[in-house]
Design a protein around this ligand. Structure first.
Ligand code: HEC
Ligand code: HEC
Length: 246
């Protein structure tokens, strides 16, 4: 068998990974004319874990505004929370500290967050489900693995997840999500009930003491969902090893 590292496709992935290693894949979307605080938030790692109008790893920013906007002293308290890290107000997932943001950047970021008005209720999950036959069994997922009308061509999300996986995660979790001696087989984690939200939370937070890096500031939640779709497609035997059909 060909060693994966020697295949041309893998070499491209490695070259890509090296080229991007120094910078973030997720550059945010800071643009001219946006409020100073919003641009601080877009350029930092905040949007890996937060969104304006729905919970991701941390609370929705409009929910933070709703909770504190009328509280005197809240601004300074939140500046400290972001600077030093925080846990316990919104659940038991910790927010990491941000020692590199200046007092002015923190002030601008929190001023912007507190200025947000509640967004119109976002539509709940589509509720759609997708069924696939594998080895005589039916697998039901809440996202499509294949493009409409095809039984082999994967969605852009699954394909992109495959590319991201084999550029960033394969190193420890194994080529094509097969697991390795360094880190757990995430297909098993999916079969044991790990959801997209749970994987995003673990990946953005990291488990540094055990050698699992934090990907906050590097990926956005959409990219993490792509990776999840690929790993789940592998877990349910819908996609084999190697490059999936596009
Ligand atoms: C790795 C994920 C992660 C990143 C990155 C992150 N946060 Fe958080 N954030 C959280 C979590 C989780 C909580 C909830 C903490 C708690 O329950 O006390 C939170 C809470 C908050 C709160 C509310 C704190 C409180 O006391 O109620 C604010 C404000 C906030 N984050 C702003 C930011 C800003 C600004 C950035 C970027 C500079 C950022 N966060 C980056 C995960 C993250
Ligand atoms: C440098 C090695 C390394 C890389 C690269 C890496 N991981 Fe991990 N990861 C680990 C280790 C080690 C663990 C096990 C930590 C523990 O024992 O609690 C882990 C655990 C996890 C878990 C928890 C699994 C479970 O069932 O609890 C998830 C989810 C995860 N990694 C996702 C990812 C994703 C997604 C990527 C790519 C973006 C990635 N990891 C890249 C080392 C790595």
């Amino acid at each position: 068998m060909l060693h994966p590292a020697s295949s041309p496709a893998r070499r491209t992935h490695l070259a890509l990974a090296t080229a991007l290693a120094a910078s973030s894949l997720f550059a945010g979307t800071a643009a001219a004319g946006m409020p100073a605080g919003e641009s601080v938030v877009q350029k930092s790692d905040c949007m890996s874990c937060h969104a304006i109008d729905h919970k991701v790893v941390g609370p929705a920013f409009d929910a933070v505004a709703a909770k504190y906007a009328s509280q005197p002293g809240a601004k300074q308290m939140l500046i400290d929370a972001v600077k030093k890290g925080h846990v316990g107000t919104w659940g038991n997932i910790p927010m990491p500290p941000h020692p590199n943001l200046s007092q002015q950047q923190l002030d601008e970021a929190i001023t912007w967050i507190l200025s947000l008005k509640p967004a119109a209720a976002t539509s709940a999950a589509s509720g759609k489900s997708y069924s696939y036959e594998v080895d005589g069994k039916t697998v039901k997922l809440d996202f499509p693995v294949f493009t409409a009308g095809s039984k082999t061509k994967v969605t852009q999300s699954v394909f992109h997840g495959y590319e991201l996986w084999n550029s960033y995660c394969f190193r420890c979790h194994g080529v094509d999500a097969t697991g390795s001696e360094y880190a757990p087989d995430l297909r098993k984690s999916v079969l044991n009930g790990m959801t997209d939200a749970r994987m995003t939370q673990i990946a953005m937070t990291g488990i540094k003491a055990k050698g699992m890096p934090s990907w906050a500031g590097f990926f956005d939640p959409k990219q993490m969902t792509d990776i999840y779709h690929y790993v789940a497609a592998r877990a349910y035997h819908l996609v084999g090893e190697g490059t999936p059909a596009e």
